[in-house]
Design a protein around this ligand. Structure first.
Ligand SMILES: [Zn+2]
Length: 247
């Protein structure tokens, strides 16, 4: 083979290799669009869905992660003792939750769940609490979405903190409307008697961390806590990623 021929052959090979590389990259760009979902900047090769800069910009909830009960909108005495959050609420953190839930990017739960676990450890809750329970979705809603966002968050909060996760203790028996479209009065009615404890023996005298993705008025978690309390739970605290402030 002449030198020129060899050169052109290796050039062709290089071209094929480059095209394959391009195809491979395009395929992955198709599966994982290379732009950050929360800031629209281009992602680095090692980043997926949300860029590192955004993750680092999500600040802890103002006022030291604990949400005051007066910031919620629950009539009368609450069924939980305290409520903790991971991130401060803003446009980006709300977007993060929306992408997770509605665009079904379940992998985002890893980092958010881990963060919940860090809040647990920071407060030494692993020494006090017996179990983590996710706020259940109604079966049909879970089937439609493909996952329960609170389950996923709880799974990673549990592995980070070491507090065991119990998923099937309480179920949602009513596929109630989304709270966001309702008036305050309707909201109170909408979350009444929607949960049922299936395994009361498991929660008797137990201290429980109830996890949801978002806590707005607090009516939903309060209803769930009421059902747990009715069946003997000793103490419950609630945790969520964000608390959207309603205008
Ligand atoms: Zn970003």
């Amino acid at each position: 083979m002449k030198k020129n021929e060899m050169f052109s052959k290796s050039l062709t090979f290089m071209k094929i290799q480059e095209s394959l590389k391009y195809l491979y990259k395009s395929f992955f760009d198709f599966i994982y669009p290379p732009f950050c979902y929360t800031c629209d900047e281009r992602l680095k090769e090692s980043e997926r869905l949300v860029c590192e800069k955004c993750w680092n910009s999500f600040k802890p909830y103002e006022g030291g992660i604990k949400i005051e009960k007066k910031e919620l909108n629950i009539p009368g005495k609450t069924n939980f003792s305290e409520c903790y959050l991971t991130y401060n609420y803003n446009e980006k953190t709300l977007k993060l939750i929306h992408i997770f839930k509605y665009s079904k990017k379940s992998s985002l739960s890893i980092r958010m769940g881990k963060k919940l676990g860090e809040v647990i450890k920071k407060n030494n809750f692993e020494k006090k609490f017996d179990m983590i329970i996710p706020v259940p979705l109604h079966k049909s809603r879970e089937r439609e979405r493909g996952f329960n966002q609170s389950d996923l968050l709880s799974r990673f909060a549990s592995s980070e903190s070491g507090i065991p996760l119990f998923k099937n203790i309480v179920i949602r028996t009513k596929n109630n409307k989304s709270q966001s479209q309702l008036s305050y009065k309707e909201r109170i009615e909408n979350v009444k008697n929607i949960f049922r404890v299936k395994q009361p023996e498991m929660i008797k005298d137990k201290e429980i961390i109830l996890i949801d993705d978002i806590i707005t008025t607090g009516l939903t978690v309060n209803s769930c806590c009421g059902e747990l309390k009715k069946h003997g739970a000793k103490e419950i605290i609630c945790m969520a990623v964000i608390h959207p402030v309603e205008k």
